[in-house]
Design a protein around this ligand. Structure first.
Ligand code: ZN
Length: 293
């Protein structure tokens, strides 16, 4: 387990490891946020010294290559694309072929953008199965089938375990422990996991699960905070420092497992951060990243 001697990367004077997930500006959902164009987002992040951006598919549309090039010309990396379709459960398309086609399309978009990583949100427990095990087995089968395609595209599939409150509809994968087991089960180099503070902050077994995962299987680290009096588990995430998560300790556990990649701010916040000027939100992300993450 973690000791107090783990050397954290020092971000207090240097935030090149900071990445923006554009969900922080509300761009993941129709009708939310200030509606900045990708170009505006890129320029604002470049100006502030962010290192990378993770996008949502709805922002990219048919412009993946163009946006990827624009990113690289400003010195920014594309650290991720959100996301795969739901693979199982009540929100997944009914037809397997529709799921596979959309899964492929999301990998193609990640490749065209030059993103090394595609986030997978696997979907909830299969209806009428009452079985998380059966649902996870189905996920394993689908991801294993797609892994070689993704590998050829140079895109890592990042299984993101979600907070257990989403177990019913959005993700039957709810702990990092289970995500590591799922990686073992699939056993393919294109398959890894993404760690998100919102989903793992409560997990006292996080450190040991991550050590078992190892650096090669940690494809991302997402930042936000859990508000003590959260009003909506989907759209009321907190800015780092405003909630109860032990952010430095969480990062220490991720880094102790060998992770040295981007820390990606991902704040779904319909009634607070999405209503503010994106420029202000980005400034505060930088300041909090340097001070409390
Ligand atoms: Zn996330």
């Amino acid at each position: 387990m973690m000791g107090p001697d783990v050397k954290l990367r020092d971000f207090s004077q240097d935030h090149r490891a900071l990445a923006l997930n554009t969900a922080t500006l509300g761009h993941n959902l129709e009708g939310h946020g200030a509606g900045w164009s990708p170009e505006q987002v890129i320029d604002a992040c470049a100006e502030r010294g962010f290192g990378a951006i993770a996008w949502w598919r709805r922002e990219i549309g048919e412009r993946a290559i163009e946006i990827g090039e624009r990113m690289r010309s400003t010195g920014l990396e594309v650290c991720g694309l959100c996301r795969s379709p739901f693979l199982v459960g009540p929100l997944a398309p009914v037809e397997r072929q529709v799921i596979m086609d959309d899964f492929k399309a999301s990998i193609d978009m990640a490749q065209a953008l030059g993103s090394s990583c595609l986030t997978l949100v696997v979907g909830g427990v299969i209806e009428n199965s009452h079985s998380q095990r059966e649902s996870l087995n189905e996920v394993a089968q689908i991801v294993a089938e797609m892994a070689p395609y993704s590998y050829k595209a140079g895109v890592k599939l990042a299984l993101e375990p979600l907070n257990p409150v989403y177990g019913g509809n959005r993700s039957c994968l709810v702990t990092v422990r289970d995500a590591v087991d799922l990686c073992d089960q699939i056993d393919h180099p294109a398959v890894a996991i993404a760690i998100d503070v919102y989903h793992v902050w409560w997990d006292l077994l996080l450190g040991e699960s991550l050590l078992e995962a190892g650096a090669d299987r940690i494809a991302g680290y997402h930042l936000c905070d859990w508000l003590a009096d959260t009003t909506d588990v989907l759209l009321d995430r907190g800015m780092m420092g405003d909630g109860v998560a032990d952010l430095k300790h969480l990062r220490a556990q991720v880094e102790a497992a060998g992770y040295d990649g981007y820390c990606e701010v991902e704040i779904f916040s319909a009634n607070n951060w999405w209503k503010r000027d994106p420029a202000e939100v980005l400034d505060i992300c930088v300041e909090r990243f340097r001070s409390v993450c």
